[in-house]
Design a protein around this ligand. Sequence first.
Ligand code: AMP
Ligand code: ZN
Length: 393
Amino acid sequence: MHRLYRLSNQLHYGFNCTRVIPSCRKITSLAIETSCDDTSVAVVQKTSSESLPNIVCLNTHRTLSKYEMYGGIHPSIVIQEHQKNLARVVYETIKQSQSLGVSNYDLITVTRGPGMLGPLAIGLNFAKGLAVGLNKPLLAIHHMQAHALTVQLESQIPFPFLSILVSGGHTILILSRSVVAHEILASTTDIAVGDYLDKCAKYLEIPWNNQMPAAALEKFAAPTLDDLNVDCNPPNPMSTGEKAHNPNFSFSGLESYARRLITSKSWSFSEKKILAYKLQEAAFKHICQKITKAIESTDLSDVRFLVCSGGVARNSVLKKMLEELLISLHSRGLIPETKLVYPSLELCSDNAAMVAYTGIRMFEEGFKSSLEVEPIRKWPINSILNVNGWIHR
Ligand code: AMP
Ligand code: ZN
């Protein structure tokens, strides 16, 4: 190990400690993600050079069957599950990466927010314990920043890039100019698209089959069936008056429409399949319309990639619609030739590999976190550094 690195490592919570990382140095991060229902732990390595990072191991525990019984994520069960599973998942991850040796981890990274305070606190406190026990720096990072950077785990995607982050708690369009600079171009004014899709699955009583509810909805949905004509005409949110000029998203009107329509009568199995498709499609059409609106007033001449990330990015209908959108926007001269990129399925939804990678990138930018940091429930992605607890190394 480089001498300067080791020296500063011994002192990393002291004052005036300068860390020098040789350019070829490999950084290894152990990370914990508990911002919502998934208990995820990973070890990721990255050299300072241009090569892609290496996910040494990634273990995610999901208790979908319990949440299905409760009709959705139940905060007290989430806390119970993290308490029950986190230590074991950390233990298994350390064991799987034992050839590295825990003393060779360079960072302990954890999600600090945004998310549910109770679950976040469980991960954060565990990470603090590891950081203290192993005498390593703590990196307490932003969950949506991690979703935005996930694609860089698998491909060379240079800044600046545009991202549509679609998950159970968020729907935001951002322009990422660097690891810490993310401009919000549009965000949801009410519920997130994942929440809307999960509710559609619930109203249609689609069994989860050990998948997330919106994933079950996607599998269940059919564009047409048996020449059936189903009377389903979802509203086009924020499309009239002043709101038509606003690039923000809204899904609560669609959700009320879906609930009213589905509970208005008894639908056959085939009719339900078509409803599922049309209700899902309405949300994605709305996303495409509002991305267009946001792009019309933004200079994207230096952007070459649109990243789609977050749990809903697993959806193949959405990805197809976004691909078609980019072609159409380019042909209208609104954007340069832009490629749609998205993480592999496992990395779309919450996972600790993206957290580990973001911790490494923040560390490379010169940051670590104070041991006094607390979880943050609401933390806009354009204010990553505007919170207490960052220490400039
Ligand atoms: P996240 O909050 O990033 O973990 O994403 C979870 C959200 O993604 C939940 O609302 C899931 O139901 C949703 N999701 C997972 N798979 C799919 C899919 N194939 N299509 C649409 N949404 C999905
Ligand atoms: Zn997430």
